[in-house]
Design a protein around this ligand. Structure first.
Ligand code: TGC
Ligand code: FAD
Length: 389
């Protein structure tokens, strides 16, 4: 297995600490050894490589920025970003798993949960022995989750949940679901355990994208949720949106890993593919594509590093995270498609990763807020005028 040496035209590594480089290299090696050799088969068969959950947990990936007292690595956001970047160089499905477990399940429990919920669940989630999912999107409410119709009704000792969530990563394999529902018209968060009466999570089939990832419906039919399973400090749509910031942050880094994978493949291929008696890398039009790719990778690396510094300083705005997610996803998809062009017909074979990355990125560009949503989020911030409706 050829070792990945990274893409770092501006020596961004010189801005990293030894610990950040160590973490990055440990996950880089994990991706080379455990993901790259199996991912095409898993993608073809539409199967999430669940055996890797334990190995990711052992690397301290889940909830890695959360406090050590909950069994987490307590590392900074630069390290977290680098880990997301290396995972997605392998496949967006693996980075999605880690994003959901960390940003969409462990974060809301840490931020909005009781101390009892934190102490009980965070160590188990960090070890990977409990898997979580995040139920916000509904069949009729995607970009506009505020319109959600999943409802919670109060009764003695707890709540009754009714409604459906859709497009839920890890849903079918999750032991707990963080579910957002309206209680008297106000968005609240609930921890719903797998196996509880009335709760089912069938897998969604027929995906052309993110095939090595589980995507599910969550169906709630008169599901009783005990009082102890309400997230006591979550209230209003702001709460789930704060969770999205964590996952969006990870995506902005993750897709740079995908850019690196497709650029690296295209560069190596172009130097060896002979047409009209010389390597296609020797033609101006090919070099133009490769230089575009490298330029955008370099810009995204520097954008992410500054975003990480702002986040570590507690100063990052959610609109700044939107800008990085929007820009980097769009360019990762452009780069994947450009790489497929450079490979010619070989680019459609799963002997090469470019088409898998391109197909995955169609999901990644859509979820966690579409390109248009992030355009409008930033647009509102700079003009002061909301243009969503
Ligand atoms: P709006 O009135 O704008 O906002 C309600 C309150 O929330 C505040 N807010 C935020 N706070 C923190 N972070 C953010 N990102 C925030 N965005 C808004 C806002 O200031 C307000 O606060 P307050 O104090 O006034 O109450 O609400 P809206 O209904 O107009 O919606 C705004 C909009 C459209 C931007 C939001 O709904 C949105 O982001 N929509 C996109 C939906 C989305 O991103 N869904 C992702 C679902 S999860 C997923 O896809 C997981 S994929 C798996 C993986 O990650 O790998
Ligand atoms: P819609 O909101 O119906 O949008 C359709 C199109 O209309 C888009 O191009 C959109 O940009 C555009 N549009 C919508 N409103 C406007 C407007 N006001 N102005 C201009 N254009 C607009 N959700 C979860 O809650 N948890 C998960 O774990 C999760 N995982 C996912 C995994 C995958 C593989 C996928 C594909 C999705 C996942 N999602 C998850 C759902 C995801 O967040 C939604 O798909 C996304 O928010 C977009 O919603 P939608 O698909 O309903 O599209």
């Amino acid at each position: 297995m050829e070792k990945f040496i990274g893409v770092d035209y501006y020596n961004v590594e010189s801005l990293l600490t030894e610990e950040e480089i160590l973490i990055r290299n440990s996950v880089r090696e994990f991706v080379d050894k455990e993901i790259i050799p199996i991912i095409e088969q898993n993608y073809r068969e539409g199967v999430f490589p669940k055996h890797l959950v334990q190995k990711m947990a052992e690397l301290g990936i889940f909830g890695m920025t959360l406090p050590a007292k909950y069994g987490c690595a307590e590392l900074n956001n630069v390290a977290y970003g680098l880990v997301m970047q290396e995972l997605e160089r392998g496949d967006s499905g693996l980075r999605s798993f880690a994003s959901v477990q960390s940003g969409l399940v462990m974060y809301p429990i840490y931020k909005f949960g009781s101390e009892e919920q934190r102490a009980k669940l965070l160590p188990l989630l960090a070890q990977g022995s409990v898997i979580g999912c995040f139920g916000l999107t509904e069949p009729d409410y995607g970009s506009n989750p505020g319109g959600m119709i999943t409802k919670a009704e109060k009764l003695d000792g707890g709540y009754i949940l009714n409604g459906t969530k859709m497009w839920i990563t890890n849903g079918t394999i999750a032991d707990i679901a963080i579910v957002w529902a309206k209680l008297n018209g106000v968005v609240k968060g609930f921890i719903v355990e797998k196996g509880i009466e009335g709760f089912t999570a069938p897998e969604m089939k027929g995906k052309h994208s993110l095939r090595a990832s589980v995507t599910s419906e969550l169906i709630f039919q008169d599901v009783f949720v005990p009082e102890s399973h309400l997230l006591p400090n979550a209230s209003g749509l702001k709460s789930p949106l704060m969770c999205l910031n964590q996952a969006r942050y990870g995506i902005a880094w993750g897709v740079v890993g995908s850019m690196m994978a497709t650029y690296d493949t295209a560069l190596k291929y172009a130097k060896s593919r002979i047409q009209f008696s010389k390597p296609i890398a020797g033609y101006q039009l090919t070099q133009n594509k490769l230089v575009f790719m490298l330029t955008e990778i370099t810009k995204a690396q520097l954008l992410n590093l500054q975003m990480a510094k702002l986040k570590d300083a507690g100063k990052v705005k959610h609109t700044q995270i939107s800008l990085a997610k929007r820009n980097n996803c769009e360019l990762a998809l452009d780069i994947a498609r450009m790489a497929r062009e450079i490979l010619g017909a070989n680019g459609i074979l799963d002997e090469y990763p470019v088409m898998r990355h391109s197909a995955n990125l169609e999901s990644v560009k859509t979820y966690e807020g579409t390109h248009e949503m992030h355009t409008l989020i930033i647009g509102e911030d700079i003009t002061g005028l909301a243009a969503f409706d």
